[in-house]
Structure formats: C-alpha cells, structure tokens
Write a protein that binds this ligand. Sequence first.
Ligand SMILES: [Cu+2]
Length: 180
Amino acid sequence: MPISEEIIVRSELRWAAISVGVVSVIMIALIYAGLVHHINPPSNIERIDPKTLHLGGEFTEANLGTRVSGDGQVTSRIVATQFTFQPRCVVLPANRRVTLRFATPDVIHGILVSGTNVNTMIVPGYVSQVHTVFTRTGDLLMPCHEYCGLGHSEMSATVRVVPPDEFKPDAEGRVACDAR
Ligand SMILES: [Cu+2]
C-alpha cells in the first residue's frame, strides 16, 4: 500500500520543525553567551608581517610586556612562538580595562587565560587583540591551546593580576613580573 501524501508532508514538516528548533537553540546559546558572559569572537583585524616582527614596530623585544601609555591605557604585548611566550609572565591590574595584544612569527597558536573570558587564536600575519577587565587577583595560567608542534604541552605563560594599588609602573610606564 503506498504511503499517502499527507503522511509524507507531515513527516517533512516535523523534520523541518526539528531543524529550525536546533538552529534556534544554538542561536539563543550564542546570543546568551555573548550578552551575558561576554564571550565573543575577537573582532580585531590588523595585519602585521610575521617575518619582521622582531626587527621593528611594537613587537620588538624592548616593547614586550605590560606598558601604561600617557592616557592611562594598560596594554600587554606578547609574542607567541614555538614553544614559549615572550615574556612568560605579565603583570596587569585588577578592576581596570586592559588590552592584550599578541603576534606570532611562526605557526598558529591560541591562548586562554584560565577562569576568564580571554580566549583568542594567534595567527601569523595578524595581531590578536583582546580587551578585558580582570576581577580576580593572583597568578592566572595562560596556556597555548592550539597544537603548535612537539613542545606544545610546555607552552604556557602567567598573567599576574595585582590589586590596583600594587600596580606601579616605572618611569617609562612599564610593569614587569620580576620587578615586584
Ligand atoms: Cu603554541
């Protein structure tokens, strides 16, 4: 006996409704994560030549680490490279808007700062930028979370979040881990 057309249509509509339902749940989860937990894909698109990172510009060795600019903006610049971060520890103040900027001269890396919403890929040829406010003080682990080669598991850095009154930039606006 052939299946009646009505049954087929009803079945198709049911599956269509399930598909729309699944997509809706995913959309709602994305919007909720973005609005409530501030988990968003980084929107910064900024190109940089990975072959000359160390030769000039903001990612030369002397410019790495945390620096407070004249207008009070706190920025940490970090280079991710196989298989370490340069520097391996940065100091940042709690309860203050800070900017993290990353670049890599070699392969794709990725970082997250444990217990925070900081999470970004670091792709050769681009500057990855994240703005955040750290609310907890202490040494936060920042591992590489994108497999980048044999030494990947050893690749991690520390984000030292200090209370605002212990965050003391030197004459050049720098704050480093070993200076504390
Ligand atoms: Cu890595």
